[in-house]
Design a protein around this ligand. Structure first.
Ligand code: ADP
Length: 260
């Protein structure tokens, strides 16, 4: 959220430059500019209809800004192709519970990106899938239909799907809606661990002010309309030894035991 494109050795991960978004004539976002740096943790809070999901969809290229420019890892989103660098967990209600896919198929679908829907799944892909299932402790659920699972289990499946490419940026849209308080607390512990010990930048929409404030601080760093941005800047590099998830699968898996 700093004005320069590149502060010190920290790479810009998401940059918005005077972005507007309209649904037909309805203005949802205006004059929005910010710069999210490597390993920032951004908590996005706002009332219903504030434009949170719209903003995330623009960042992942599902919606095009009406005006202004968005850059991902320094490249304009319109020409960005490295989607495997980004993991996105959409809102739970975006998912049709009757969708007839197994857990393994849902997790594998995270590999396809936008273009390669029909590419052949090779051995390396299978291996990545098994690792993501393992990390989220859902190997036992691999052949179950996604619609048969509890809310907490589905949440882990979608996180595994978002993690399968070992992303540098994770975008979570209200990840704990409809999940009991204990599972939510475990989920936030896991997210904090990923932020502190792995090389991941986060953007998370949440209605849980307590969680956001306890981790990120009580003052939003920026406001735009009804959107408030809370940001925890980069932690010390010595606390960030892990450069990917698989290097410390066991450690991550131990951390998320609380979810089981
Ligand atoms: P939030 O995620 O903060 O609840 P959204 O980004 O979903 O907000 O929506 C912002 C506003 O845009 C809301 O008023 C919503 O009704 C409207 N909106 C969202 N999607 C559409 C759409 N596809 N067509 C028209 N209006 C929409």
């Amino acid at each position: 959220m700093e004005p320069s494109m590149n502060a010190g050795c920290h790479q810009s991960i998401v940059t918005l430059d005077d972005v507007f978004f309209f649904y037909e004539n309805k203005k949802v976002i205006e004059h929005l500019s910010f710069n999210i740096l490597e390993r920032d943790f951004v908590g996005l809070i706002g009332s219903n209809g504030a434009g949170k999901t719209t903003l995330l969809k623009m960042i992942v290229g599902l919606l095009k800004p009406s005006q202004g420019q968005i850059r991902l890892f320094g490249q304009p989103v319109s020409t960005f192709r490295d989607w495997e660098r980004i993991g996105y967990v959409p809102q739970k209600n975006a998912f049709n519970p009757l969708f007839p896919a197994t857990v393994r198929e849902v997790v594998l679908s995270g590999l396809y990106g936008k273009k390669n829907m029909f590419r052949r799944i090779g051995k390396a892909d299978q291996q990545k899938c098994e690792e993501a299932l393992y990390v989220m402790r859902i190997e036992d659920l691999a052949d179950r239909r996604i619609g048969q699972l509890s809310g907490g289990q589905q949440q882990r499946v979608f996180l595994a799907r978002a993690l399968i490419n070992n992303p540098e940026l994770l975008i979570l849209d209200e990840p704990t809606v409809g999940i009991d308080a204990e599972t939510q607390a475990g989920f936030f512990r896991m997210i904090r661990h990923m932020h502190q010990h792995h090389h991941i930048t986060f953007i998370m929409v949440s209605h849980d002010m307590d969680m956001v404030q306890s981790y990120i601080g009580t003052e939003p760093i920026q406001k735009s309309g009804s959107l408030s941005f809370y940001v925890k800047h980069t932690h010390e590099p010595e606390n960030c030894k892990e450069t990917n998830l698989t290097h410390s699968m066991q450690q991550l898996r131990e951390k998320i035991e609380v979810l089981s």
